[in-house]
Structures are given as C-alpha cells and as structure tokens.
Design a protein around this ligand. Structure first.
Ligand SMILES: *[C@@H]1O[C@H](CO)[C@@H](O)[C@H](O)[C@H]1NC(C)=O
Ligand SMILES: *[C@@H]1O[C@H](CO)[C@@H](O)[C@H](O)[C@H]1NC(C)=O
Ligand SMILES: *[C@@H]1O[C@H](CO)[C@@H](O)[C@H](O)[C@H]1NC(C)=O
Ligand SMILES: *[C@@H]1O[C@H](CO)[C@@H](O)[C@H](O)[C@H]1NC(C)=O
Ligand SMILES: *[C@@H]1O[C@H](CO)[C@@H](O)[C@H](O)[C@H]1NC(C)=O
Ligand SMILES: *[C@@H]1O[C@H](CO)[C@@H](O)[C@H](O)[C@H]1NC(C)=O
Ligand SMILES: *[C@@H]1O[C@H](CO)[C@@H](O)[C@H](O)[C@H]1NC(C)=O
Ligand SMILES: [Cu+2]
Length: 784
C-alpha cells in the first residue's frame, strides 16, 4: 500500500485558490505560491513542470492556416482584380457579395502520404472561403479554394466544388445559406410589425412581454428560431419561438410562436404564415385577436422572469453536505509530466503514442497520423458533425434539427478552468480561428494531461498458502493521456475527450452539459418530456456525434473483419449422451462492400480493422477492434422531413467507405437547410466499392437519446450524458503491451515465507515537500 499524505501547506494553498474564481487566476497564483513556498527545487516540479519538448519528425501538414495567410487571402479576395465584387460584411445587406468565413481546406491524403512517409515535398496548403453572393442574378452562397499559400502570383481563387456530391458543388441556394446577421435583420421589420400590432395580446398573456423589434427599447421578449429554415432552397421560413431574454433564456420559453415566410432577397415580400399558442394555429392577426377577445388564449402557467434558478452557481437552499468544504480528490502529475510536446507543430508523444493535432473553425479539434510504437494506426480521427433533433407538439421543437458545424462549432471551444475542467497542472493550448481579416484566439481552450485511471491496467494474485495469501502478485498502474476541449454551441457544452491508453487502446468520449433547449410546459405533452420547472418542459431529443476514423493499420491496405458469435447445434463424440447440443462459435468473414451498418444485437459481432498482409508472431492478422462503449446510438427518426436526406451519416451506428480525396467530410457545413435537396448526401458514398483490401474509413456515431429530466436543471450532467467508443489492439501485437511498464509492483513470497517487493525504481519521488512525506508500506514491509 502506498499512501500520499497531503500536508496542511498544500491544503491551505489550494483552498485559498479555489476561493478566487477568475479564469486563469488560479493557475498563475498556484504556480507563484508553489514557487515561493517551496524550498526544495525538485519538489516544485510536481505539478507545474512544463512537458519536455520533442521535435516532430515532419512539419504538421494539417495545421490551420496562419493569421498571415488569412489576412493575405482576405486581401486577395477583396482586390478589385479578383473580380469578386465584395462588400465588407459589416456593411453588407442581402443583395451584396461578402465573405462568410475563411478556414483551412483539408490537405489531400494522396499528397500527404508521400511527404510523411517518404521524401515527397511538403503538400500545398489551401484556404477555403464561403462567399455569400446575394449580388448575383441568381443569388447563392459559393465556396472557393484559394492557394497555393502563402499568397503569391501563383495563387488562384477557384470554385470549391469537388467535395460535394449534391449536384451543385460548392453552391448553396440563397434561401438555404447560413442565416447570418443581415439575413435575420431582414426579417425583423416584419416580425416587429406583426408583434407590435398584437403587443396588447402578448403583454396580457406573458407578464407584459412585448416585441417591437430587436433594437426597440420597449422590447422585452426575445425571438429565436432553429433550423432547418428551408427544405430544398426554394423557400425560406422562420418558426420563431419567443422567450424571456437573459443568460438562461433557453430555460424560459413561452407558449407563443410566429411563423413567417422569408423567401428571397426582397424583404418587402416576406409574409406572415400564422401564430401558434395553446397548441392551436391562427392564420392571421384577426384570427389571433378574435381568439384573444373570446378569452381563448389564457395561459395556465407563468414563465419565471428571474431565471437565477438556472445558473450553475452554488445553491445553499439544497442544504449542506458534510465534509464538502474539503478539497475533492484531484489528478496531479506528481511524477513530472510523462508526455513530450512540439508546440510549434502541435505534436504529442506519450508512452509510445505519437500524433499531430489540427483544428478548423467548423470541426474543431482533429487528430492526425496516430502511431503507437512507431506504427500507424490512424491517419485521421476527427469529429464530423454534432446533430440534435427534437420533438414536440409545437412548431419550434418539432422543427428543430441542429448541425453544429453550421454554427462553426470550433469557434465555440472556450476557456477551460484549471482544476475543474482539466486537472491542475495540465498543459493548456490556445485554439485560433479567423474572422474577417483578423484571427481570434480562444485562450486555454485545449488541454492535455495524463490522468490516473483509478484502476490498475492489469493485475493477478497467484493464491498460495503462504502467510501473505499468495506466492506472487503483479499489478500495473493504469494511466492515460487525455486531449480535451469543450465547445459551447449556444446552449450545449460538448466535452470531447481523446484518451490514449498505455496498452495501445484509444478511447473517444463525448459528454454533454449545458442548457436544454426547453419548451413551454403543456400538461398534455408528456410524451415529449417531463415538466422540469414552473412553466418549462424538457424537450425530448437525440444527440448524434458523427466521427471519421481513417484507419491505416500499418499501411493503407486494410480490411474489415466481422466475427459473429453464433450459438450453433453441434455434437461431439465424447459427449454421446448429449446428442446435438448448443455451443458458441465464431463465424468470421470480411465485409465486401461499402455500407452503413449497426452494432449487432447483444453485441454479438466483433468488428476489426486489420491489415490482410501483416500477421503477428502467431500468424494472426494484425488489427484493431472497434469496441462499443457507452450509448452508441443513431438518430431515432429516419424519415423526418426535417432531416430527410441531409443527415444520413447520423442514421446508422457505423459505416465503412473507401477513402477518397473527394470525400473528406461526412457532411457539409450548410447542409442543414437542405434536408430535401442536400449539398452533401452521405448515403451517396455507398456506391458498391470493395472494402476488402482498400484504404478504409470507419465512420461512427456517439450520442445520447436525451430522456430529459428534472435533473437537467440547471444544466445537463456529464455523468449521464456520456457516450464513448474504444479502438483496441486485436492480435496487433504478440502479447499485451503492459510488460514494458515500470509503474508496477511485483511481489513474491518464497517457500520460507520471505517477501520480496520490486518497485522498479518508481516510487513517490519529487513531491515530498509540496505534498508531504509519503507513507509506503506493504504487508508491514517498508518499501525502499
Ligand atoms: C457588385 O455587387 C453589387 C452589390 O453589392 C451589385 O449591385 C453590382 O451589380 C455588382 N457588380 C457587378 C459588376 O456584378
Ligand atoms: C394590425 O393588423 C390588422 C390586421 O391585419 C390591421 O387591420 C391593422 O391595421 C394593423 N394595425 C396596425 C397599427 O398596423
Ligand atoms: C495563448 O494566447 C495568449 C494571448 O494571445 C498568449 O499570451 C499565450 O502565450 C498563448 N498560450 C500558448 C500556450 O500558446
Ligand atoms: C482589417 O480590416 C479593417 C477594416 O475592416 C482595417 O481597418 C484594418 O486595418 C485591417 N487589418 C489589417 C491587418 O489589414
Ligand atoms: C484534392 O483532390 C481532389 C480530387 O483529386 C482535387 O480535385 C482537389 O483539387 C485536391 N485539393 C487540393 C487542395 O489539392
Ligand atoms: C496485400 O493484400 C491485398 C489484399 O488482400 C492482396 O491483394 C495483395 O496481394 C497483398 N500483398 C502482399 C504483398 O501480400
Ligand atoms: C528534496 O527532494 C529530494 C527528492 O525528493 C530529496 O531527496 C531531498 O532530500 C529533498 N531536500 C530537502 C532539503 O528536503
Ligand atoms: Cu440533450
């Protein structure tokens, strides 16, 4: 047994800090206090040493484009000579051409492999830019690729069509393009005029709530509309729900909906479609007013105006928990950091693992060239889409499907609080994206840390009649490196974890916290979720997080093996008394063609990506198994008009395709308003290509069926809203990859009952002063 005693010095230090909330403060103060109070220099290294540095074998070819490149691309696009005829977004109206955003275009794998695996030249870097072209005769949104970068005389601006399979390339109809500020503003006069006309009605129904326009000082209601806002780009609509404004507005919805048609660029043609309240539809102002005058619109429940109940702060009214004033247990890298970083190249090495990190404004954090012990496992591992689809007997919930890449999910990766979001002493990196001609940095929004798994990786006790109860006992410490970020996309805080385990397995986990998109409480709408507050219903919904795992098990020639567990009738001559009896056996085959597929019932099929040309010492093909984790689900609705053909990637647990430079992404970022005529239709990837001995991409979904509950107030809890998957070696090696770890104990008891204890030199070294004297003993024998 090894016990670490925390001295009062440390406890005082930490509790001073936890009383001081501002972001970043804690990290700095803690470091200062450790430095000042600690006389033993080796002791101060416990938690706050920087990670040792390393040098990436190759430049990070996936890295985001730099601030300089963004500025140069921005300037190039705006040069009159480019012929783009652009207005500055701040001054733009619907009928102008202007830049929506600029981001990094993925680098083609076929260009990357010769560079990272050989002496090929550094692949050419390109930017992608979405330009809203309201100034064209047939207005649309058109995406462009700009390169080579850095900008030079050779740099061209070309339409970026090649990666979209919907038939119109990078062009998205005006009605389906992202509903940005100018487009929303264009609908405001109609909304203001209609709502102004009935302000006496809304004031009577909603505690004085009125809407006279977004900039009108009398306005006390906040309009919100989700997506989709078009079906196929030939129409546009907003199904607006009103809420009380404020920081917890998601939790204070009202029973009032305004439906408008906003097709086209001429706002004077936008029109009222009707109102919904009390689960009834009123097609005109007159109908609504008549119902109001007849006393038919009374509200049974009042929404709360003060939503402080929905803040994630301390709530003393919940009572006191004994000993909760003490600091909770914490992960501390007390042996010093065991991972190496090349910050310049965003490259990480840990216990045999190595990988590069990239980032885009749409997809967030992406991992590339993931190797274990020098052998490639994955070329790319990245989140592709975060979908959420809701249900309810009113226009907002029924209408809502989100694709969070549409909202540039990566830009929502916010600062992480040390000690809470990530352990004290973790490495914090910034994530940056571009906005107009500038670059925005989200500080400390990515963290990297090694954590105790809090269970041994492996152990065995060989029982014996010795006085210790065993003849030998081996136990290996469980540790993992985690790369984490949390993106707050409007209401939700999605936490993405990539965990690298000592045994060569890799786990992807997503958790969701944050506010529900809630609805007004209707007593007869229980089938869409429970009442969770005075006038609020937690709306039932699905979250589906789609990931791309481009496996390269050793090289790009891989197969997908399916090993089905079958219960079969058999007879064996040495059991004549049984005749035929049921036994299990493996029915092993290889998947033949590209397809979407699901986890087998009772998980009775094992899916393994393997290299058909490589075997381990035992002659078995070397592979990685896809191990189902928690809540591996797909979208519940397969035929909803709101997610008909633009969300196909969310509709199966798994999918396998052949890797193509033209199929880099599962979705397109402006697909959400095109459910009936998608810009990108994932199901078209499955065109019968052979996946036996090919460069394979595995697509997988994590997610949660969100069965909402009172405990989603104030926010959803990460304990339960949690989904994961693991990739684990399957005959990839000749034995488990734990034999080479020194963080273990091997205890033997000989025939004379003498105990020997092997610690392999790994004890509690540098933290004696900061964290107190270690007390180490086993079976009464003090460890040396
Ligand atoms: C340039 O864009 C403006 C709108 O911003 C439009 O009125 C004008 O016709 C466009 N010029 C050309 C040559 O397309
Ligand atoms: C309010 O709407 C009604 C019905 O459309 C219309 O007759 C009336 O003129 C409007 N009032 C104002 C002040 O716009
Ligand atoms: C993050 O950005 C801030 C401000 O731009 C900078 O001072 C800091 O050094 C950056 N952190 C890292 C780890 O690069
Ligand atoms: C970015 O654009 C603004 C105008 O929108 C301009 O004032 C500023 O100088 C530009 N920045 C750079 C670095 O060119
Ligand atoms: C990637 O490959 C596709 C298909 O060959 C090609 O059309 C495209 O231009 C390439 N993109 C880049 C950035 O080289
Ligand atoms: C590698 O595997 C492929 C597909 O199974 C096969 O066609 C090829 O002959 C193999 N190559 C070698 C060198 O074994
Ligand atoms: C400082 O720490 C080292 C390593 O834990 C230890 O060997 C040494 O005795 C300590 N020195 C003092 C002055 O406490
Ligand atoms: Cu949810």
């Amino acid at each position: 047994m090894i016990r670490l005693v925390i001295t009062s010095l440390c406890v005082v230090t930490l509790s001073i800090c936890t009383a001081v909330p501002p972001l970043g403060y804690e990290r700095r103060v803690l470091r200062e206090i450790f430095d000042k109070r600690t006389t033993n220099s080796s002791a101060s290294s416990c938690t706050y040493d920087e990670a040792p540095t390393t040098t990436a074998p190759k430049a990070n070819v996936w890295a985001p484009i730099s601030a300089e490149d963004n500025l140069a691309v921005w300037n190039l696009l705006h040069e009159p000579a480019s012929g783009m005829n652009l207005t500055h977004p701040d001054d733009a109206v619907l009928t102008d051409n202007y830049v929506f955003w600029i981001d990094t275009l993925h680098t083609n794998k076929s260009d990357v492999l010769p560079y990272i695996d050989g002496s090929g030249s550094l692949p050419t870097k390109y930017a992608r830019a979405i330009i809203f072209e309201g100034g064209k005769a047939d207005p649309d949104s058109q995406e462009y690729m700009i390169g080579p970068l850095p900008v030079s005389a050779d740099t061209t601006i070309e339409k970026l069509d090649y990666m979209y399979n919907g038939g119109s390339g990078g062009s998205v109809p005006f009605n389906a393009r992202y509903f940005d500020g100018p487009k929303t503003s264009a609908t405001d006069p109609l909304v203001a005029s209609v709502m102004g006309n009935i302000s006496d009605v809304t004031a009577a129904l909603f505690q004085g709530g009125v809407y006279f326009g977004s900039l009108d000082e009398r306005t006390t209601l906040s309009p919100t509309s989700g997506t989709p806002q078009s079906f196929d780009g030939s129409q546009a609509f907003r199904n607006i729900m009103f809420r009380f404004p404020g920081p917890a507005t998601y939790m204070t919805p009202l029973d009032f909906f305004l439906l408008i048609d906003c097709t086209g660029t001429d706002a004077s043609l936008y029109s009222l479609k009707g109102f919904v309240t009390n689960e009834k539809f009123y097609a005109s102002i007159e109908e609504l007013r008549n119902a109001f005058d007849a006393g038919e619109l009374a509200q049974v429940y009042d929404q709360t105006q003060d939503a402080s109940w929905a803040f994630v702060d301390y709530k003393p009214e919940l009572g006191v928990r004994e000993l909760e004033e003490r600091l909770a247990p914490s992960t501390l890298e007390i042996g010093g950091k065991r991972y190496k970083l090349d910050k310049e190249n965003q490259y990480v090495e840990y216990m045999g693992w190595s990988f590069y990190i990239s980032f885009t404004r749409t997809l967030g954090v992406m991992l590339y060239d993931i190797k274990f012990k020098g052998e490639r496992i994955l070329y790319e591992l990245s989140m592709q889409e975060a979908t959420a689809q809701y249900g309810g007997n009113q226009p907002k919930a029924a209408n809502t499907v989100y694709h969070d890449t549409y909202y540039s999910l990566g830009t929502d990766a916010g600062p992480l609080v040390e000690g809470f979001d990530c352990p004290w002493g973790a490495t914090f990196w910034n994530l940056s994206y571009h906005s107009t001609n500038t670059t925005v940095t989200n500080e400390n929004s990515l963290c990297i840390f090694e954590a105790d798994m809090n269970f041994p990786l492996s152990r065995h006790r060989t029982a014996s009649s010795s006085s210790y109860g065993f003849s030998n006992l081996g136990t290996v410490k469980g540790a993992q490196l985690i790369v984490r970020n949390i993106a707050t996309i409007g209401n939700y805080d999605y936490m993405f974890d990539y965990a690298f385990h000592m045994d060569g397995s890799l786990e992807v986990a997503v958790r969701a916290s944050g506010y529900l998109q809630s609805s007004f409480y209707y007593p007869d709408q229980d089938k869409w979720g429970p009442r969770i507050q005075q006038a609020t219903q937690g709306s039932l919904h699905d979250h589906i997080l789609t990931f791309k795992a481009d496996f390269d098990i050793l090289d790009t020639i891989n197969s997908l093996q399916v090993s089905e567990l079958k219960a079969v009738p058999q007879s064996q001559p040495w059991f004549p008394e049984l005749g035929e009896f049921e036994q299990l056996e493996l029915d092993t085959s290889r998947m033949q063609t590209e397809q979407q597929f699901n986890w087998a019932p009772n998980n009775q099929a094992m899916y393994t990506l393997l290299n058909p040309n490589a075997t381990n010492a035992w002659g078995e093909p070397r592979g990685y198994r896809i191990v189902p984790g928690r809540s591996d689900i797909h979208l519940s609705t397969l035929n909803s008009p709101w997610s008909l053909k633009n969300s196909e990637f969310a509709k199966s647990h798994l999918a396998v395709t052949v890797q193509h430079d033209t199929e880099p992404y599962a979705n397109s970022v402006q697909n959400i308003n095109l459910p009936h005529a998608p810009q990108q239709d994932f199901s078209k990837f499955f065109d019968g290509e052979s996946v036996d001995g090919a460069d394979l991409v595995l697509w997988f979904n994590l997610g949660m069926h969100h069965f909402t509950r009172a405990e989603d107030v104030p926010v959803t809890l990460y304990t339960e809203a949690y989904s994961s998957i693991t990739f684990a070696p399957q005959n990839f090696f000749d034995r488990a990859q734990d034999g080479d770890l020194l963080n273990r104990r091997w205890i033997e008891v000989d025939e004379d009952d003498q105990l020997t204890f092997e610690a392999y030199g790994v004890a509690l070294p540098a933290c004696r002063v900061s964290f107190g004297e270690p007390v180490e003993h086993v079976g009464g024998v003090v460890e040396s």
